[in-house]
Every structure is written in structure tokens, then in C-alpha cells.
Design a protein around this ligand. Structure first.
Ligand SMILES: [Zn+2]
Length: 139
């Protein structure tokens, strides 16, 4: 009846802070073999799995749909201040489940317009196996 399912746990809630092996592999298959920040080409071997929706210390869940791979440089660039990035999960369309990055502005409407969320299209994914830095641009 459930021939294609496994018993691997992909949703750990608040019970564990760090992603398990199954979650890492699922994120690799979903997002591609590297950092999820738009334009970054750092490989997943140099990235960490981080909470994209909400930090674990702030009550975020260690669930596969709430995490993404970030290289150390871009992980440090996430935060609430202007010039930093806010990450969230895409909830609709072909990028559902991937991490969306939004550059924080200072909130003043005449100085800086809100930036649209973007996903990294520099790395090949299961959905887009032929993407490469020279073939596609970021959105
Ligand atoms: Zn990066």
C-alpha cells in the first residue's frame, strides 16, 4: 500500500536542533548541491543546514520544510537588520519548499523599495538538472 515510503524522520519539530542525515539528503535533492542563497555557488560540502523559517532557539522547528543549506558567509548574513537577509520557505509554485531570500531594507518607502524574495538558481536541482551558472540567472 505504501511501497515508496520510508521510515526516515524528516520532521523533528523542537525535539532536536541539528538536521539528521535523511533531512540533509532531502534538502540536497530539493535545493541542489549547494548554498541556497541566490547567486552563491558554494557546494553543500561547505554548507550547513540551517533553520530558514525561524531559529531553533526562537522556537523554530527542525523540519525538512523549514530548513536550507547555507554556506558560512551567507549564514552570517541572515538577520533582522537592513542589509541582512531574511529567509523563508516558498509555499507556492515550482519552487515550493525551497528557501527564499529577501534582502532587508530600512523600511523607508522612498529610500529603498522592498526587494522580492529570490531563490538560488545557480546550482542543479532534481527539478532543474541542467542549471549551471552560465545557463540561468537569478530571479
Ligand atoms: Zn552561500
Amino acid at each position: 500500500m505504501f511501497a515508496d515510503h520510508t521510515a526516515e524522520i524528516l520532521y523533528l519539530g523542537e525535539a532536536k536542533r541539528l538536521a539528521n542525515r535523511s533531512q540533509r539528503l532531502a534538502i540536497l535533492a530539493r535545493d541542489g548541491a549547494g548554498c541556497s542563497c541566490p547567486g552563491c555557488t558554494k557546494p553543500i560540502t561547505l554548507s550547513e543546514i540551517n533553520h530558514a523559517e525561524k531559529d531553533w532557539a526562537d522556537g523554530g522547528y527542525t523540519d525538512v520544510n523549514a530548513m536550507a543549506a547555507d554556506c558560512p558567509q551567507h549564514n552570517r548574513a541572515v538577520g533582522p537588520k537592513p542589509g541582512q537577509w531574511t529567509t523563508s520557505g516558498v509555499t507556492d509554485g515550482p519552487d515550493t519548499g525551497r528557501a527564499a531570500w529577501t534582502l532587508n531594507t530600512d523600511g523607508h518607502p522612498t529610500r529603498t523599495a522592498p526587494a522580492p524574495p529570490r531563490v538560488n538558481r545557480k546550482l542543479p536541482t532534481r527539478r532543474n538538472p541542467r542549471s549551471a551558472p552560465t545557463q540561468q540567472r537569478d530571479e
